[in-house]
Design a protein around this ligand. Sequence first.
Ligand code: URA
Length: 261
Amino acid sequence: MNYLEALRLQLEWGADEALLEAPQNRFLARPAPTPPAVVAEKLVRAPARSLAAALPPGPAAAERIAAGCKSLEELRAALEDFTGCALKDTATQLVFADGAAATNLILIGEAPGGDEDRIGRPFVGLAGQLLDKMLASIGLDRTKLRIVNVVPWRPPGNRAPTDSEIAVCLPFLRRHVELVAPKCAVLLGAVAAKALLPGAGAAGIRRLRGQWKTLEWSGLAAPIACLPTYHPAYLLRTPAAKRDSWHDLIALRQWLNDGEI
Ligand code: URA
């Protein structure tokens, strides 16, 4: 294999930027995974309760862990310790959230990209700069709202998070929303819409955008008004969509004014 092919292969695997001078094997620092034969043996012999401990935590365990978090600090610590999402192994760090801890407005994006992975804050790259301008155009900035992603670790090569990655991170996102307790949520892009509006999300973001919906689940103190709109990264690729996006921003400003938020 020549050097060019080797580089292409790395790109395909998601290694699309150099972070450190020397390569670092992040899997070495973690305990070695249980060999499949041992897991299989445990599957046959172990009673159901100890079986859960032998397998990586799935959405049900994530649900229990997230539900036990009584503050955003506890939620962050729980995510730092969580081993049920393989994205954590390839990401540089957890990208938890940005902005106010108690606010009436939360913005929900998809997943951190390369800049966010390096810096540890959501929406700090090009899409984030556009988002800041969009917010400023309706008199908002990050200090007045909360910004979080569906998935808090960067997927390799900036691919979209898979359904199982979303499913295992969703209990943490929902708990995040419960703890912030906003009155309004803006869903940035198709992944956030699909994760939080599972029925409506199938319609696709082009049909959904600009239509007010309601978020409701048992852990929420009160239903939350919710506005799906385009993701700023999509707007960078598709400037013609900015016109619709502008209508959504005006609708958001109006909603916030009506509620005196
Ligand atoms: N795109 C997202 O969805 N989230 C980020 O934090 C950055 C880019």
